[in-house]
Write a protein of this length. Structure first.
Length: 146
């Protein structure tokens, strides 16, 4: 894991979307994982942060929290037709044997005239999911089923 890495990158996978997201904190890495998911679906720079939506998630461990965070965002896209380009995860806290996060997602409704469709993400998966923390650096890996 190189400390110079920022943001996210797409990794090679034969049939799905596999990403690595990085951050100096778990919160920053979660933000970058969400950016990667939406970049896989459309051109992120074309999504304007016109509205703010609150999102919360909970999980028994970091992997479950990551899954639930990304799934909550994917549901906002699928059910409400919202695309997001910026994320602000408040501090991830541990309460009563669960990790919880509250976050804001900034974006706008999907407009097929302005937002080109890349791939359809069907689901977030646990397959090949990793959460690595070392020396003030976090790397997440997540596979999206397309």
């Amino acid at each position: 894991m190189k400390q110079s890495r920022k943001g996210f990158e797409f990794l090679e996978h034969a049939s799905d979307i596999y990403v690595a997201a990085y951050g100096e904190t778990l919160e920053e890495a979660f933000e970058n994982a969400a950016k990667a998911m939406f970049e896989a679906m459309t051109e992120l720079q074309l999504v304007e942060p016109k509205m703010e939506v609150e999102v919360s998630a909970e999980g028994g461990d970091p992997q479950e929290l990551l899954y639930n965070w990304l799934e909550a965002l994917l549901v906002k896209y699928e059910v409400e037709g919202l695309l997001f380009s910026r994320f602000k995860v408040d501090k991830i806290v541990e309460r009563e044997d669960a990790l919880r996060l509250r976050a804001s997602a900034f974006g706008e409704p999907l407009d097929l005239g302005r937002h080109p469709s890349k791939v359809e993400i069907k689901a977030v998966t646990y397959h090949m999911m990793e959460v690595k923390k070392e020396d003030g650096w976090v790397e997440l890996r997540v596979l999206f089923d397309i």
